[in-house]
Design a protein around this ligand. Structure first.
Ligand code: NAD
Length: 246
């Protein structure tokens, strides 16, 4: 990873934060991006304090202009873009379809799906200029199956898999590999809306008997971002303690 430049969206918290720390440990130049400025800068500072290379660039992933500016920042700061991890996301409104608000639906589709189109549009253009790269899109187990109350989230995460496969068909021959990761339920602030009983019910859905950790997902993202996965493109990798095997 030495000398490679990686953009990670949603890197102020949870999976993105753990991924940023792991890429930095491997020597990458890490562009931390998030809508939360204070927490994003704190992630950057902790990487730099540990001897890593990192910058922070505030970005709302639901804005195409800001996603373009993020890519331009990475290219200008480090001379190119090698890896992008499109990770930022929200849990979204929890309601059955007939009761889901139009705003709730649109918000989760904007942040969890449209953002990946914006991201890839500009990331791919930059990678084509420097001869290739690797894009890792964070989907979910809910990119493969449904979940009552989460229609918008599940539709967005299924969409991420379709976008990933299509992008891989379009750009693998030009040395850009594009893959998706499907985490099971992971202990991050995203799950703060759930009470202890709901969390216990979720644990029971994972045959491994616990929820996942951000650091475990980061290891898979690192592998997909690195040359070690050089023959992998257009794939969807669950990392879910057996959730989808049920
Ligand atoms: P998290 O809440 O800990 O982190 C998400 C980060 O995204 C936050 O720092 C937040 O500020 C940022 N973000 C939210 N909206 C944004 C926007 N509009 N622009 C820029 N940044 C924004 O959650 P997490 O669990 O680490 O989630 C990371 C990704 O993993 C998400 O895409 C999520 O859907 C996915 N995922 C999470 C789980 C889980 O159980 N935690 C499971 C499967 C998939």
């Amino acid at each position: 990873m030495k000398g490679k430049t990686v953009i990670i969206t949603g890197a102020a918290s949870g999976i993105g934060k753990a991924t940023a720390a792991l890429f930095a440990k491997q020597g990458a130049n890490v562009v931390i991006s998030d809508i939360q400025e204070e927490e994003g800068k704190a992630t950057m500072e902790s990487i730099v304090a540990n001897g890593g290379k990192a910058s922070f660039f505030k970005t709302d992933v639901a804005s195409p202009e800001e996603m373009e500016a993020l890519v331009n920042f990475a290219v200008k700061t480090y001379g190119g873009l090698d890896i992008a991890v499109n990770n930022a996301g929200i849990g979204g409104e929890l309601n059955p379809i007939a009761e889901m608000s139009l705003e709730g639906w649109q918000k989760v589709i904007n942040i969890n799906l449209n953002s990946l189109f914006y991201g890839m549009k500009y990331q791919i253009a930059a990678m084509l200029k420097s001869g290739g790269g690797s894009i890792v899109n964070i989907s979910s187990i809910l990119g493969a199956v449904g979940f009552g109350g989460s229609a918008g989230y599940s539709a967005a995460k299924h969409g991420v898999v379709g976008l990933t496969q299509t992008a891989a068909l379009e750009y693998s021959a030009q040395n850009i590999r594009i893959n998706a990761v499907g985490p099971g339920f992971i202990e991050t602030p995203l799950l703060n809306v759930l009470d202890a009983e709901m969390k216990e019910q979720l644990v029971a859905l994972h045959p491994i008997g616990r929820l996942g950790r951000s650091e475990e997902v980061a290891e898979l993202v690192l592998w997909l971002g690195s040359d070690k996965s050089s023959f992998v493109s257009g794939s969807y990798y669950p990392i879910d303690g057996g959730y989808l095997a049920r």
